[in-house]
Design a protein around this ligand. Structure first.
Ligand code: G3P
Ligand code: MG
Length: 259
């Protein structure tokens, strides 16, 4: 019989106590992956956020979605060719709005400390491109191991990279893992089992009823990204999706409560 993700064999239990997760903070309202964005998510009623993590050249985990700095910061080139000290001097808010100018890209530890103060939980996504999977798993593992309060803020670590999830399974077995998929291709149920994942996080357009049924049989939670239409969120909740990741958490919360 298949082991289940409920703490009885398939990895750590996943305490998912929300249906709405703010994407990159609250990406429609404040610059993504910044402390200002996390505060905005809290103000908009979020209890959970999703953030993206990458490493600097000197191996420091920081919040950043793209491998390159240009779109969301005042910097140039790839993030992993810059040390953390110079990344901390970049402006990651001015592109979004004048009132956010000089908001720096935060280190993961700063973000977790703020989330702890705000009482928010996080789905921490570790980005796959640029740099070794092992180095990323080790750096995230070190950051979380160093402080119990920081670790408790992290309810699930997700990644498109099976290698990163494999490293995290070994280094941080007590933190639930989520497999990210744009589409349910290949033998994804086998990957969930192999990596002992507690959840699968799918692009919402690929969420057919049979995909959800398969996930249920595997005993994992189903999260959908990135859902900015309340109508679509309502459909997904009706299909049995456990939570949606959204740039507009306040708008989605309105339909989540009526489910
Ligand atoms: O974690 C869900 C979602 O954030 C994955 O896509 O590109 O927005 O990080 P992306
Ligand atoms: Mg993400």
């Amino acid at each position: 019989m298949a082991e289940r993700a409920d703490g009885n064999g398939r990895g750590a239990a996943f305490a998912l106590d929300t249906k709405v997760i703010g994407h990159r903070g609250a990406a429609a309202y404040a610059p993504e992956n910044t402390l200002a964005g996390l505060r905005e998510a809290g103000r908009r009623g979020c209890r959970w956020v999703e953030i993206d993590v990458r490493l600097t050249r000197d191996g420091v985990p920081v919040l950043m979605h793209d491998p390159a700095l240009e779109r969301t910061t005042s910097g140039r080139g790839e993030l992993n060719t810059h040390d953390a000290a110079s990344v901390a001097r970049l402006d990651a808010g001015g592109w979004f709005g004048e009132s956010f100018r000089d908001e720096p890209p935060p280190r993961l530890e700063e973000a977790l400390d703020l989330l702890g103060e705000l009482g928010l939980k996080v789905n921490l996504e570790v980005k796959p491109t640029m740099g070794s999977a092992r180095a990323k798993a080790e750096a995230v593992g070190r950051t979380l191991r160093a402080d119990r309060r920081r670790r408790e803020v992290v309810r699930v670590i997700s990644s498109f990279s099976e290698e990163i999830l494999e490293g995290l399974r070994e280094l941080l077995p007590e933190v639930p893992r989520g497999l990210l998929l744009r589409r349910p291709e290949g033998d994804w149920p086998a990957a969930l089992r192999r990596l002992r994942c507690a959840s699968v996080h799918l692009w919402h357009g690929a969420l057919e009823p049979e995909v959800i049924a398969t996930a249920r049989r595997e005993g994992v939670k189903v999260l959908a990204f990135t859902v900015n239409s309340p109508e679509r969120a309502r459909e997904l909740f009706a299909l049995g999706v456990d939570a949606v990741i959204t740039d507009v958490p306040d708008r989605i919360a309105e339909v989540a409560v009526s489910q």
